[in-house]
Write a protein that binds this ligand. Structure first.
Ligand code: HSE
Length: 319
């Protein structure tokens, strides 16, 4: 940390009663060829009030997505992430009162676990403001340690399009501004997909030619997203992950084929099962929605979402 905690044993007295408001965007990772590397922040949010208390236990209230499903004790992902940040700062973890209003779908490949982790880390940052300062690299490192890979937590933290990579000193990121013509559309099925299952379907090694294929497409994808959206269909081709996982999400695979055959740059969003279409204008989004309505066997929710350019925010709740 760039500064050390001044707290002694027990809850730092000045923290008790401090309340912060945290807002974290949804994210779509991979974007086709950029497995575990590229991510895009999307304008759909989880918002939380987090108060440091001196109560014996945490007091957690979840509204919206996850209500009645997620644990409400110290295993809650936001609490775990906040505790991780407090521990790294060397500051005693207070009990938390959390009121969460969630709108990021769970288990659909839209970065909900990354958002919860980022929410906890940002809550700790806000509660510890003036006591401990976290650098952007430290925030990314804390979040990546819990998430396992940086491609969702980087755009959730910093917004826009992010390239994330891992160094011996920890994960790093570069944020880029997406071309204003890019109009993301997310198509969300009713069923969930486990990231752990999706990752278990990946082979240990891939053919050299497939690696070269993805290097070319992921380099092209950066150019397409920031400068030349007309290249998005070619730039979103992938041989590293989507076809290995297709058997676990057959309808996602089939609809992506239908969309791509019609010229839409469609990819699996994160580990799936949602589909991300990186359309070049709003009318293309409407065409893609129509195509999915005609072709799908089950119900899919269409979410036209803007790119979020800001990333996660934390402010004092009374500000
Ligand atoms: N890159 C990750 C994966 C994103 O595809 O497994 C989902 O967490």
């Amino acid at each position: 940390m760039t500064a050390t905690a001044t707290a002694g044993a027990g809850v730092t007295p000045s923290l008790v009663g401090r309340t912060v408001h945290v807002k974290v965007p949804a994210t779509s990772a991979n974007l086709g060829p950029g497995f575990d590397t590229l991510g895009l922040a999307l304008a759909r949010y989880d918002e939380l009030e987090v108060e440091a208390t001196d109560a014996a236990t945490h007091d957690i209230h979840v509204h919206g997505v996850g209500a009645g499903e997620v644990p409400l004790d110290e295993t809650h992902l936001v609490v775990r992430a906040a505790a991780h940040a407090f521990a790294r700062a060397g500051a005693p973890m207070p009990s938390l009162r959390i009121v969460a209003h969630n709108s990021i779908p769970h288990g659909r490949g839209l970065g909900s676990s990354g958002a919860a982790i980022v929410a906890g880390v940002m809550a700790a940052k806000g509660l510890l403001e003036g006591v401990v300062e976290f650098t952007p690299d430290e925030l990314l490192e804390l979040a990546t340690e819990l998430e396992g890979h940086p491609d969702n937590v980087a755009p959730a933290l910093f917004g826009g399009l992010t390239i994330a990579w891992v160094t011996p000193e920890g994960p790093r990121h570069k944020k880029l501004i997406v071309h204003r013509g890019v109009s993301p559309l997310v198509l969300v099925p009713e069923h969930e997909m486990s990231t752990a299952l999706a990752r278990s379907l990946q082979p240990e090694s891939v053919p050299h030619s497939d690696a070269v294929f993805n290097v070319s497409r992921s380099a092209l994808l950066i150019a397409a997203l920031i400068q030349s959206p007309e290249l998005l269909l070619q730039a979103t081709e992938d041989k590293l992950h989507q076809h290995y996982r297709a058997e676990a999400m057959p309808e996602t695979d089939r609809l992506i084929r239908v969309l791509r055959a019609a010229g839409h740059p469609a990819v699996v969003s994160g580990a799936g099962p949602s589909i991300l279409v990186l359309a070049s204008d709003p009318s293309e989004r409407a065409d893609a929605v129509r195509l999915v309505e005609e072709s799908a066997d089950t119900a899919w929710q269409a979410m036209p979402l803007a790119v979020d350019f800001k990333g996660a925010t934390v402010v004092d709740a009374d500000r």
